[in-house]
Design a protein around this ligand. Structure first.
Ligand SMILES: C[S@@+](CC[C@H](N)C(=O)[O-])C[C@H]1O[C@@H](n2cnc3c(N)ncnc32)[C@H](O)[C@@H]1O
Length: 564
């Protein structure tokens, strides 16, 4: 859980005002939310389309805006790693001398009891135990520590030492200064803190543009998430120069155009290799000098205008997309995310989350290991069947949708079709890969990942298909193929007209098999309201795990009802 203290609200608002930001505090209140920490509430009715927060991009905190931006850039550090390192330097080395400190000091990565805010992949083993066997564990493998963040920490420690050696830049105390005595212990403590900062920042960051990438945005990061009815949208022009952040023409684009024109000229006049040139400071300053006299008047005009009005392209806005009523909490959306993703990225879960599913991969694997008679069917399904069925199913769905569309059009009663975006989760992209082991691993994951029950308790198409396949009698199984190859079952040729059978959802035998599988499924028992008090397990861990597990139990129960 990453939450802000109410004692920090005035400081945050002062920071925004000092940056000439505009927050509609006559219409919005920042106060404690029932969801935990702070939230933003409507003081009056506010109409749709109103911008309740406008901030110049110069007042958000990104690695590119930070005091060490040049060092990060010189060392090719970008993305979340750059933001983490910049945050650590700003809050431990530069502190009061940093423009950002009054805002950054309000970002807390410990709870009231002093526990670090950690993702489940770095929870104490007792905490992880709470989520064992859930989709969090089996489908997403999200209890395994991510190697990338550990590598990121090592890079940060090395850079801190290098910068200290080269120009005496202080090493951030308690974060990147690892005492050689008790090295392992100190390394682990500092690593945990680094991970906590990374997790906290990623739960509060906004994708700004090609220059700033992910950044912290004061006040914007106080809106809580609503799974189905968010009230606002975050507006920021993404397409800017990735070297300086300018939204329109800038010296880098001019230099790029100049180089391209030069290269075209060279290609015309020579057939040999044209020397490749890069956009460096030297080229830019020569171009600027060349343009100097012409541009200076315009520049002065623009600067004067800038002082009077903010260029909207240089600002981020929070704009309401619904009318909101006095007293209601104003919600953002962090995305259409299941509890697994919410917990892994933001540290909370939502009861009855409409994007939740229950994964059945390990349960089918159990059957395959237990019952020899299914071996051949599993082999065929994992190697060939799943791919064949998925392609056929997708094609069939597309044809159905096209038929529906043409019916609607000829009927004329509705314009267009449902414009919902596919998230692609039903289709697996096939990547060419040299490494066969990796291919096999991906294949295994992809057929297993399609075995789930959705939030309404409906088994996925692949789940029905595999359950139906496993319940075919030996004679039906033989007749499934026009040519069956033994022992290399994957070389067999399928009777294509049999595929629709696998898409049927009411097959009695399949229903029986699924019911048994669900009853045998060993999800953790939902945890009661009271914390168990095991070592390393915080109340927040309990609460998140309880919601996530309860949601999976509810889905299983819905499915069992459907099947009975
Ligand atoms: C961007 S912050 C939102 C403001 C936060 N409440 C605060 O006090 O700073 C994201 C954090 O707020 C909390 N949060 C947001 N939406 C939530 C929700 N629907 N239920 C529970 N916690 C939520 C989580 O701790 C999450 O990591």
């Amino acid at each position: 859980m990453s939450v802000t203290s109410k004692d920090d609200v005035d400081g945050i608002l002062k920071f925004v005002a000092d940056c000439d930001g505009k927050f509609e505090d006559s219409k919005c209140d920042i106060k404690e939310s029932d969801l935990g920490g702070l939230g933003v509430f409507a003081k009056t009715d506010i109409a749709k389309d109103e911008a309740i927060l406008t901030l110049n991009k110069s007042s958000i905190f990104s690695a590119s805006n930070s005091s060490i931006s040049n060092l990060l850039c010189e060392n090719d550090i970008d993305g979340m790693l750059a933001l983490n390192i910049a945050f650590i330097y700003e809050t431990t080395v530069f502190k009061d001398t940093s423009h950002w400190y009054p805002f950054l000091r309000t970002v807390r990565f410990r709870d009231d009891q002093g526990h670090l805010n950690l993702p489940p992949s770095f929870w104490h083993a007792n905490g992880k135990q709470l989520l064992k066997g859930t989709s969090f564990d089996t489908l997403f493998d999200a209890l395994t520590p991510e190697e990338e963040i550990i590598q990121g920490f090592k890079i940060a420690v090395d850079l801190a030492r290098k910068w200290n050696g080269e120009f005496r830049l202080e090493i951030p105390k308690g974060f990147l200064d690892i005492d050689e005595k008790n090295y392992d212990e100190n390394f682990n403590l500092a690593l945990e803190k680094f991970i906590s900062v990374a997790y906290t920042l990623s739960s509060r960051g906004f994708e700004i543009d090609a220059y700033h990438e992910t950044a912290l945005v004061p006040v914007a990061d106080l809106f809580n998430h609503h799974v189905s009815r968010p009230d606002l949208k975050f507006v920021s022009l993404y397409d800017v120069c990735d070297k300086c952040g300018e939204p329109g023409m800038c010296k880098h684009l001019i230099a790029e155009g100049y180089l391209e024109a030069q290269q075209r000229e060279q290609c015309k006049s020579t057939t040999g290799n044209a020397a490749t040139r890069v956009i460096d400071d030297d080229l830019i300053s020569r171009l600027e000098n060349g343009l100097g006299g012409e541009r200076s008047d315009n520049d002065t005009d623009t600067e004067e205008e800038d002082n009077l009005t903010q260029n909207p392209d240089e600002c981020v806005d929070i704009v309401l997309k619904n009318d909101v009523r006095q007293g209601q909490e104003i919600f953002n959306s962090y995305g259409e995310l299941s509890n697994v993703f919410l917990l892994a990225r933001y540290g909370f879960a939502i009861p009855g989350n409409q994007y939740d599913i229950v994964h059945l991969g390990p349960d089918f694997i159990k059957i395959s290991k237990k019952e020899d008679r299914h071996q051949e069917k599993f082999k065929w399904w994992s190697q060939v069947g799943h791919g064949l069925f998925s392609a056929w199913y997708a094609q069939m769905r597309q044809e159905d949708e096209e038929d529906e569309e043409s019916e609607i059009q000829s009927d004329g009663s509705r314009q267009g079709v449902n414009g919902e975006m596919q998230d692609g989760s039903g289709e697996e992209e096939e990547e060419e890969d040299e490494d066969e082991d990796e291919d096999e691993d991906d294949g295994l994951k992809s057929w297993l990942s399609q075995l789930y029950i959705d939030v309404n308790g409906e088994p996925s198409p692949s789940t029905w298909a595999l359950a139906s396949l496993l319940t075919l009698t030996p004679a039906q199984w033989e007749s499934f193929f026009s040519q069956k190859a033994t022992p290399h079952i994957s070389d067999s040729i399928v009777n294509e007209e049999k595929l629709p059978f696998l898409a049927k959802t009411g097959n009695l035998h399949a229903k029986k098999l699924l019911s048994k599988l669900l009853k045998d499924k060993q999800l953790p028992v939902p945890i009661g309201e009271h914390p168990i008090g095991a070592k390393g397990v915080t109340d927040a861990m309990h609460q998140s795990a309880r919601i996530l597990i309860q949601s999976e139990h509810d889905i299983l129960n819905k499915c069992l009802k459907r099947l009975s």
